[in-house]
Structures are given as structure tokens and as C-alpha cells.
Design a protein around this ligand. Sequence first.
Ligand code: F6P
Length: 357
Amino acid sequence: MRIGILNSGGDCPGLNAVIHGVVGAADQLGWEVIGFKDGFEGLLPPGDYTVLKPKDTIGIVKLGGTILGTTNKGNFAAKIGKGNLAEVPAEIVAKAKRTLDQLEIRALVIVGGDGSLTTALQLYREGWPIIGVPKTIDNDLQATAMTFGFDSAVSTVVDGLDRLHTTAESHKRVMVLEVMGRHAGWIALWGGIAGGANVILLPEIEFSTEKVAEVIRERDAQGHHSTLVVVAEGAKLPDGELVTINQNDGGEVRLGGIGDIVARRIETLTGKETRACTLGHLQRGGAPTALDRILGTRFGVMATKLAEEGRFGRMVSYQAYHVDSVPIEEAVNKLRTVEPDSEMVEAARAIGISLGD
Ligand code: F6P
């Protein structure tokens, strides 16, 4: 038997661990694995793929990125503009299916986030033998407690904050760190708490820059002359505006720029020297953490098990320290965002972190 695997959407640390898990588990079953290049695009005729044997995956668990390549735009993008849904055109689906049939692929493992799994669901509904694996640093997929890649992104934020802390203190400055996460505040919240931020601004909680300025003035009065502010790229300005860079050709709009705006407003309101720093793709690159290596490996093994059992249309899911699976439709089309009154937000408030509200 032969199965296929592809990565789709933005890359993230842990993708190679999934590939390693699938190839290792499939080899035990005597199966061959075909890795499609650059996401779904690798399915288009004549097909861009490579046969993956255990020897090809030696040492890849520790590597960031993906040995198969990926893309978050192109012919199969399910999310365009500000998150609008798009169907993959019938002729593209038909062409890709031909490749799958010619190669006699009996199961196709799609490792992706919300957009890619939306495409995966469309293909499953059109009769493809699909198995999904949840990937994204944003951690915003429903039906799984965690996606792999998130922990690595959070640890990059923590490292960034540790570094900003010392320079902020030396100069008695306010430092604003803009982090990724799209419309969900998970990276900002986890990274901010673990990295000792004083203010965390999330897409899920309306904030006022005047309130942030007040917190900074109070801290000054108490003798804390530096302040660390973490702002999620998807946080909305007090007038409700989302700060975007430009249209991602054939994909979703790119978020970014709120850090600079918040920093300028803080400086005007407080008179304190304020600097902004954007972590950007540093959060997506580099080696995965131990947790992401383990999660990725377990997800890959579970995906192969689902293929063995013929349980298609399902996505591997992590619940209560256990790896299981759910129907793909439970995971897509509605983002999992931070609940404003959740225990974690309350914990942040309890230790004196301001959410800017
Ligand atoms: O979805 C993952 C993510 O890293 C988001 O956090 C971010 O907004 C986006 O992808 C960046 O995409 P690109 O790599 O196209 O700039």
C-alpha cells in the first residue's frame, strides 16, 4: 500500500517530526510514503513528489521548516482576503485527483491549519481518502487542545521578552513586542505570561491606549521605570481597526504594524521613550521544542493508524494529554480564540498583568 503526505499553509516547527512519524509508522506496516512538494500544488500534473523512506528522514525531527516545502497561497487556498472562504475549482480538483489515482495513493495525510483543513474537508467530501493533522503556531484550531508549532513560537516570544527586559530596564523604556497569532491571542497570552510582560493586548479583548498609558504611569510612580507590552498582530485598535500590511496575493490578508502604532501612542500619552519590536517569522523558524517534536511524532503515528483503519475525513486531535481523532468538520471554519473570562486570562490579571481594558 502507498500513502501520501503533504504540508500546507504557513510552515511551523514540528512539521518534520510529523513526516518522520508517518514514514516510520508506515514503514513498520510495509507501506510506501509519497511526499508531495509545496503543499497541494505538488499534486498538480505531472506531480511534484518524492518517495520517502526511513533513511530520508534520519535526523529531521530536530529541523525547523519542512523538507517537503509548503505554501499558503496558490490554486488550493481556501481562505482569501479577510478570512473569506473559497472553494477549490472543480478542474483543479480533478487534475490533482488524477495524480493521486495514477500513483495509487490509498490515503492522503494533510498537515495544515484552518485554511488547509478546509480544503482537506472539501476534498474528503468529494471522495478523497483524507486524514488531517492540525498544524499552526497560532493554536487557533477547534477540536484540539493544542496544535504543534505553538509551543516553539511561544518559546521564541519568551526568549524575545527576556532580551527586551534587560534593555528596557537599562534605558527605563517601554518596549512593545508585536507577536503573530492572526485573529487569536494564544501566542501573546502564553508568551506574555511566561516572559514577564506587564501588559498583554489581545484580539479578543478591547483595549484602550489611555488605559495602557495609565498602567505605565502607575508603574513609574511605584518605581518601575520600564514596561513590557506584548501586542498580538490581530489585536484591534481602539476604533476597531485591524492593522494589515497588504493583500496576500491569492491568500489571506497579512496582519502587522500594530506594534508601531501602539508604541507611538504610548510615547505621546506618557512622554516615555518607547520602542517597538516585531518578532515576525522568527516565531515560525528554527528548531522545534521538545514538546513539538513529541506532539508532531505522535500526530504522525496517529495519522498512519487512521489510514490503516480506513478512518478518513478525520483529523488527529490532542485532548487531555491524549492523541485521538475527530471529524475534520469539527475543527474548521470557526477559530478557537481566547475566552476573555477564561482561567488563563484571570491568572494573568491575578498576577497584575494588564489586558489594557
Ligand atoms: O498562520 C500562521 C502565521 O504565522 C500567522 O501567525 C501570521 O499572521 C501569518 O502566518 C504570516 O503569514 P506569511 O508567512 O504569509 O507572512
